[in-house]
Design a protein. Structure first.
Length: 131
């Protein structure tokens, strides 16, 4: 349900759209869209729903956007891991670490504790990416 206009509802599996649905051309407000279909996930991973829409007086941003929290699906007892995603996230952690190196901190101990957490996150993503 949305009080703002909606252009599309997408179902995402592991970050990629696998289904798309648009409201009827003469859709009334509030817009009601339902997705009642089977989505194949033979390797597991995550699934989420996302809606987007045009600018509207009902949204503060430049356009309407909402996405559900992902639901994780495990097949055969083994979680699905995307090496590409893990590599990307390792790069994000590297960028955060570079920014931290240039930032002001209340104390060296506080900065060092934060860097330690960043390094632990980097190690996890590197392992998942096979780096």
């Amino acid at each position: 349900y949305s009080i703002a206009p909606i252009d599309s509802l997408e179902i995402l599996v592991n970050g990629k759209p696998v289904a798309r649905q648009a409201p009827a051309a003469n859709s009334a407000v509030p817009v009601v869209l339902e997705f009642d279909n089977v989505v194949a996930m033979p390797d597991g991973g995550w699934i989420a729903a996302r809606v987007t829409g045009p600018p509207s007086k009902f949204v503060a941003d430049s356009y309407a956007f909402a996405q559900t929290t992902p639901v994780y699906v495990v097949r055969g007892g083994t979680p699905c891991v995307s090496k590409d995603d893990a590599k990307f996230l390792a790069g994000v952690v590297d960028a955060i670490r570079a920014r931290v190196a240039k930032s002001n901190w209340r104390s060296d101990a506080e900065r060092d504790a934060f860097k330690k957490e960043i390094d632990q996150a980097r190690a996890i993503y590197a392992k998942l990416a096979g780096m």
